[in-house]
Write a protein that binds this ligand. Structure first.
Ligand code: MOS
Length: 708
């Protein structure tokens, strides 16, 4: 750590809790000790749709060590208005794997054993879990997430397409993807009288506190949510999930602390996933590559329980200039779990389609894909007409091209061969909105010249704790060692969740405001700190005003080299270059990790990840890490991450745009574009598995290729 640096922001500070984590001192939700805990095990529906006619729990109750079985017939009514959290409240089964009973026992083994003795009697109904472009269930949602119109139109895209010199019209598909954080969802719940404490793995203690207070009809002050350390979430822990409610229900029923941790397999059913998408993109252009029409139509799914409308085509509204544009979203309400947040919701699948289509257009026109993007750079946000607070997409593209060695690229596919490998390169743009939310924070000056900041922020492994400490140190103008930040506890001032790449900007804003208030107070005391310290508390609600005055986005460019084995169709990605413009980078060390992580997840999305639906059983069949493949060390080559210095005064006091999500945006398209350049095959349905390439008999494709 560069403790003596004049500014902590911008310094490569190692994770403050790093040694706690590697020595096992850092506690995650289910690590917390308690006296006399009981353990819960979930019973899941084996069918996707139907009615529970009866549950026979006698066998379970007489099984060794079982102390209780909860099901809809004996579970207290919850006052939640969130259908996802209304667990064990109804005899309806809305998706395969839905929780239908909970067994509580003296040990985790006894609970699991007991769960196998629960007998369900089900009236099974016909189900539909298959997303199709012509599904009779498709409807138009009113809004897509978080609050965009579902459909937008500008100009006359149909006429523009009819009159275009050239048209790209292609369908792209992405499968369901499942969030797989290292730490599964887990809770330990403890009741004392009418007060509830949960040690819970989540992306925001304050929202979980509010949800539990509502569900159990108690005051927020009676609920404490502790989530000091969280082993990842990728969105799946962004909203309160069923586990925390189940643990609290069980703990109240048996009047003992209850631990409940999801297994990896169970997580595939009820912690959320990214909706599959079917996307049709139509681009019309003049022969010089000027876009005259952009149409992006999306079909995706939601559930019987609630509506989740991924904003897949929203990226297309603001990325490139075109006088004529239309974007639409259609949903099918299927007998599936409700899709949920997953890293760059909307932008991740949407950019695969848009950035693949741009590459198809560049190829068809014989224009370099970097140059084509430059020719369609908008002056202002195409959708809203608003000024960009800053937009450095072209800077990212040119710097990325330089670092990658893009110049002089032969655009023809199938022209480079290295032994058995056909070699290609691809590019795609990235973007992600730069948003903030109101937050509270407190700051305390202590005797001896140290300072403590407090807020219910979440460090889900991103390095947030470290970044916020850096921000706090600079805001006070004191060395890092004299500042600490407490987070991950709902007793601390209320803060928004770690999500939407908003954490650092939102929490950092509150920390800056608290530092300012504290400095003011210290000035009035002449710098004297009384015994017990001086504490101030602030709220940025009035500062974080309307954010619709400007178009605020982070940008990036991704360059990928792909190699395809001519005999097996195996794809390898030896190197990737990502250049980002994301405002001020608070900590280059942890920021780099975030961006590498995002790009790795994008590579994983491109080549490996796919939740496979069996329409007959009505659910996914590859529900563990043996069958659901995630890129691991050997799949990832050299990743070169850098960023442009960006000083954007229109964001927040720290000047950040957020870096958690942009790294995944565009990566899959860059990989697909590179594969096309290598072998001349355009894979439009992810993942790019070898069977989609090998059928094309690649060995003859590369015969005329030059050696590289
Ligand atoms: Mo992220 S999907 O906004 O937690």
């Amino acid at each position: 750590m560069t403790a003596t640096a004049e500014h902590a922001v911008g310094a490569k500070v190692t994770r403050l809790e790093g040694s706690d984590k590697v020595t096992g001192k850092a506690r995650y939700a289910s690590d917390y000790p308690s006296e006399n805990p009981a353990f819960a095990w979930i019973v899941q529906s084996p069918v996707p749709r139907g009615q529970i006619v009866g549950i026979d729990v006698d066998g379970a109750l007489s099984s060794d060590g079982v102390v209780a079985v909860l099901w809809h017939g004996n579970t207290p009514t919850l006052a939640t208005d969130d259908p996802e959290l209304a667990v064990l409240q109804s005899d309806r089964v809305s998706y395969r794997g839905q929780v239908v009973a909970l067994v509580v026992a003296e040990s985790i083994e006894a609970a699991r054993q007991g769960s196998q003795m629960v007998r369900l009697r089900l009236r099974v109904e016909d189900h539909d879990v298959t997303l199709a472009e012509d599904s009779p269930l498709l409807y138009s949602p009113e809004k897509v997430n978080p609050n965009y119109p579902a459909d937008t139109e500008a100009g006359d895209p149909d006429t523009a397409l009819a009159n275009a010199d050239i048209v790209v019209d292609a369908r792209y598909q992405t499968p369901s993807y499942h969030n797989n954080p290292m730490e599964p969802h887990a809770t330990m719940a403890v009741w004392r009288d009418d007060s509830l404490t949960v040690y819970d793995s989540n992306q925001g203690a304050s929202p979980v506190q509010a949800a539990l207070a509502k569900a159990f009809s108690i005051d927020k002050e009676q609920v404490r949510v502790v989530s000091t350390h969280v082993g990842g979430g990728f969105g799946s822990k962004g909203t309160p999930r069923p586990i925390v409610v189940l643990a609290a229900l069980a703990a109240r029923t048996v009047a003992r602390p209850v631990k409940l941790a999801a297994t990896r397999q169970q997580m595939f059913a009820f912690v959320g996933y990214r909706t599959p998408t079917i996307q049709r993109v139509r681009l019309g252009a003049t022969s010089d590559g000027t876009l005259t029409a952009i149409v992006h139509d999306v079909v995706e799914q939601t559930s019987q329980l609630s509506e989740f409308a991924e904003q897949t085509a929203v990226i297309t509204r603001s990325m490139y200039r075109s006088a004529n544009r239309r974007t639409t979203h259609r949903l099918a309400r299927l007998d599936v779990p409700t899709p949920s947040w997953m890293r760059a919701p909307g932008e991740a699948p949407g950019s695969f389609a848009l950035e693949s289509a741009i590459d198809e257009l560049a190829f068809a026109l014989g224009i370099d894909p970097v140059e084509l993007r430059a020719r369609n750079e908008p002056e202002s946000d195409p959708e809203t007409g608003l000024r960009f607070s800053s937009r450095n997409l072209l800077g990212c593209l040119s710097e990325g091209a330089r670092r990658f060695g893009w110049g002089g690229r032969d655009p023809r596919p199938c022209m480079r061969r290295d032994g058995r490998w056909l070699v290609g390169s691809g590019v795609a743009s990235s973007t992600y909105p730069a948003r903030v939310q109101p937050s509270k924070a407190a700051a305390t000056a202590l005797e001896g010249g140290t300072f403590n900041f407090q807020l219910a922020a979440a460090d889900i492994g991103t390095g947030a704790r470290t970044a916020l400490t850096q921000i706090a140190a600079d805001a006070l103008g004191v060395p890092l060692e004299r500042v600490s930040v407490a987070l991950g506890d709902s007793r601390l001032p209320e803060a928004p969740l770690a999500g939407g790449s908003m954490g650092t900007g939102s929490w950092g804003w509150a920390i800056c405001k608290a530092a300012e208030a504290l400095t003011e107070r210290l000035r009035s005391t002449g710098g004297q700190v009384p015994q017990g310290g001086i504490r101030v508390e602030v709220d940025t609600s009035s500062d974080v005003a309307d954010q619709t005055d400007l178009a605020r986005y982070a940008y990036g460019a991704q360059f990928v080299e792909a190699r395809v084995d001519v005999d097996t169709g195996e794809v390898r990605i030896p190197r990737m270059v990502g250049v980002f413009a994301a405002g001020r980078i608070v900590n280059p060390l942890t920021a780099r990790s975030q961006l590498i992580g995002g790009m790795t997840m994008g590579l994983s999305m491109a080549l490996l990840e796919e939740s496979i639906v069996d329409p007959l059983v009505g659910g996914w069949v590859n529900t563990d890490l043996a069958d659901y493949h995630i890129a691991s060390y050997a799949d990832v080559g050299d990743i070169d991450v850098s960023w442009l210095d960006e000083d954007d005064p229109d964001l927040n006091p720290v000047g950040t745009k957020g870096i958690g999500e942009i790294g995944i945006v565009g990566t899959a398209a860059a990989v697909a574009n590179a594969v096309h350049h290598a072998v001349g095959i355009r894979v439009r349905d992810l993942p790019i598995r070898l069977d989609k390439l090998v059928t094309h008999s690649l060995s003859s494709v590369g015969e005329d290729a030059q050696s590289v």
